[in-house]
Design a protein around this ligand. Structure first.
Ligand SMILES: [Zn+2]
Length: 271
C-alpha cells in the first residue's frame, strides 16, 4: 500500500509517528498551519511557527525519507483580532518562496463570526494575488452547514479563484454534495469520535464517487490517529474495492490535486 497524508499536524506528533507512517506506505506528508491548542500572543509567535513548518519539520521528516510539505495562514480560531491577523498575513509572502510551501491553508471559519469572514476574505485575496492553492477548514458540528455555505460564497465571490485549485476539508454527509457540485475538491477527515469514521468516509466515496475526494487523518495534539488513512483503506478492502480504487483515492487523488503546485514533486519521480 502507498498513500499520501495530505493533512497532518506533525509539529504535535512524536517522531515514532513518522516512523509508523513511513513503514505503512506514506509517500509524502502535508501540514496545514493551524491552531496550536492555545492562542498565540503576537505575530512573532506565528513567525516562529512558520519557521518550524518550513524548516525544522521537513528536516525531522527527512530522517525517515519522508517528504514534508506545508500550507501557511492564520487559522480561523485566531482570527478575531483583526490587527493581529493583518500582521500575520503580512508575514506570509516571504515564506511563500520556500521550496516546500504548497499554498494558503487551513483558512476558513470556526464560529462563523464577522471578523473570521473578514480574515478569510483577506487570505483568499492573498492566495489569488500570489497564485496559490487553497486548503479550507470547515467548522464543527452544528456550525458546519452554515459555515460551509459562507465559505463557498466567499470563494465564489472572488472571480480570480478557480474551484479546482481549492480543497474544502472536513466535509461530512451533509456538506460534501454542495462542495463537489460547486466544482471544488473535498477532504474527509478520519477521526475516531467526531468528523468521519472510516466506514462513513467509504460510504461517502461509494455514494459520490472518488473523482475529487481525498482522505486525511488531520492528526494533531488531540484525540486522532496518524495511520487513519491506511486504516480506511483496509475498510475499502473489506468491502471489496479493488487495489486500483484504493490507490486512486489515497495516493492518486492527493497527487493530482497537489501537483497543481509545481513545488509538489510526485514522490516516485527522481528529483
Ligand atoms: Zn487541520
Amino acid at each position: 500500500m502507498r498513500y499520501i497524508e495530505p493533512h497532518a499536524h506533525m509539529v504535535s506528533r512524536v517522531t515514532d509517528d513518522y516512523r509508523a507512517m513511513t513503514v505503512s506506505g506514506c509517500a509524502a506528508v502535508c501540514e496545514p498551519a493551524f491552531w496550536a491548542g492555545f492562542d498565540r500572543g503576537s505575530a512573532a509567535g506565528f513567525h516562529d511557527y512558520f519557521c518550524q513548518l518550513t524548516d525544522h519539520e521537513p528536516r525531522r521528516a527527512a530522517k525517515f525519507g519522508l517528504p514534508h510539505y506545508c500550507w501557511l495562514c492564520i487559522n480561523p480560531k485566531e482570527s478575531e483580532d483583526l490587527t493581529l491577523a493583518r500582521e500575520v498575513v503580512e508575514l506570509i509572502p516571504e515564506f511563500l518562496k520556500k521550496p516546500t510551501v504548497l499554498g494558503i491553508g487551513e483558512i476558513g471559519l470556526n464560529r462563523n463570526s464577522r471578523n473570521e469572514v473578514k480574515v478569510l476574505e483577506m487570505q483568499v485575496d492573498l492566495a489569488a494575488r500570489h497564485d496559490q492553492l487553497i486548503l479550507v477548514h470547515t467548522p464543527h458540528l452544528e456550525d458546519k452547514l452554515k459555515g460551509t455555505r459562507l465559505i463557498l460564497d466567499v470563494l465564489r465571490a472572488d472571480r480570480r479563484i478557480q474551484p479546482g485549485r481549492c480543497i474544502i476539508d472536513h466535509v461530512e454527509e451533509h456538506t460534501v454534495g454542495m462542495v463537489l457540485e460547486a466544482g471544488f475538491w473535498a477532504g474527509m477527515t478520519l477521526y475516531p469520535e467526531t468528523k468521519c469514521t472510516s466506514a462513513r468516509a467509504v460510504d461517502i466515496v461509494e455514494r459520490y464517487g472518488a473523482d475529487r475526494l481525498w482522505m486525511n487523518s488531520a492528526c494533531d495534539w488531540g484525540v486522532s490517529v496518524p495511520l487513519a488513512v491506511p486504516y480506511a483503506a483496509l475498510e475499502m478492502r473489506r468491502r471489496g474495492h479493488s487495489p486500483e480504487e484504493m490507490d486512486r483515492l489515497i495516493y492518486g487523488n492527493p497527487m493530482r490535486f497537489l501537483s497543481q503546485c509545481p513545488k509538489f514533486r510526485p514522490p516516485d519521480s527522481p528529483s
